[in-house]
Design a protein around this ligand. Structure first.
Ligand code: GDP
Length: 236
């Protein structure tokens, strides 16, 4: 097999969209291409949007294990979901944060991904906050098919009062929780592990209870996908 940049390897050196050797002879990495990643077990499975529901007791057919995603509004939940399943337009990214108090169900073979509404939206009314609390508390406390919770926190920020309140609710649910730190690309490579350790410590979590991710650079996405498949009882 020819190495990128060797003579005869097609457009290398001419085509600026592929990897190879540029005019000055420097090696260039190929750009990150969107598209399925065969090593990501969620990219290789079909996914279907089931619906948006206002009721924590909704019965979905068939009943399957559910993996729920929760985090503060704007934490990067929609972007993470889209990166995880490799469909950029699946979950809508922050057009109007805090507006939806619905549970969004996506079906994959053998389990559901459930996108819970984001909390802590500063401009939400008292009524909206109460409605949110009721829906999410009922879902986390009573949903017998809940197999795992992916809890998102922005790597750059200390946990907010809302985050700590959510942590209590998650602990009460008795369900396995993985804390996912988002937007790692906003920090330098050397700061990422330091900040991840600090945040884990602030939350009283062990290293194996947290996962560092970036939807932009795709850091940690394949690992998280494998964890989700395992938590749902499937094989990756
Ligand atoms: P949600 O409200 O939790 O669903 O958050 P979104 O996915 O809509 O993201 C909120 C904002 O953060 C948007 O402007 C995204 O482009 C940005 N964002 C999300 N994930 C990342 C990431 O991994 N890296 C960077 N740099 N920005 C991100």
């Amino acid at each position: 097999m020819k190495k990128a940049g060797q003579r005869g390897s097609g457009a290398a050196g001419r085509d600026r969209t592929s990897g190879g050797v540029d005019r000055r002879g420097a090696l260039r990495a190929p750009p990150l291409r969107p598209g399925p990643d065969p090593s990501n077990p969620l990219h290789t499975r079909p996914i279907e949007f089931v619906g948006s529901f206002p009721d924590a007791g909704v019965s979905v057919d068939p009943a399957l294990p559910e993996i729920a995603f929760i985090g503060r509004s704007n934490v990067g939940k929609s972007s993470l979901l889209n990166a995880l399943v490799g469909r950029p337009g699946l979950a809508r990214t922050s057009g109007s944060p805090g507006k939806t108090t619905l549970l969004n169900f996506y079906r994959m073979p053998g389990f559901y991904l459930v996108d819970l509404p984001g909390y802590g939206f500063a401009r939400a009314s008292k009524g909206a906050r109460a409605g949110y609390r009721k829906l999410v508390t009922a879902y986390l406390r009573t949903r017998s098919s809940l197999a795992g919770i992916v809890w998102l926190l922005d790597i750059r920020h200390q946990p907010s009062a809302d985050d700590l309140e959510m942590q209590e609710l998650l602990a009460e649910s008795g369900c396995p929780v993985l804390a996912v730190f988002t937007k790692a690309d906003k920090l330098t490579r050397s700061t990422q592990p330091v900040r991840a350790r600090q945040l884990a410590e602030a939350l009283g979590l062990r290293e194996d209870q947290v996962q560092l991710t970036s939807s932009q650079s795709k850091l940690g996405i394949t690992e998280l996908a494998a964890t989700i498949v395992a938590a749902a009882g499937g094989e990756s």
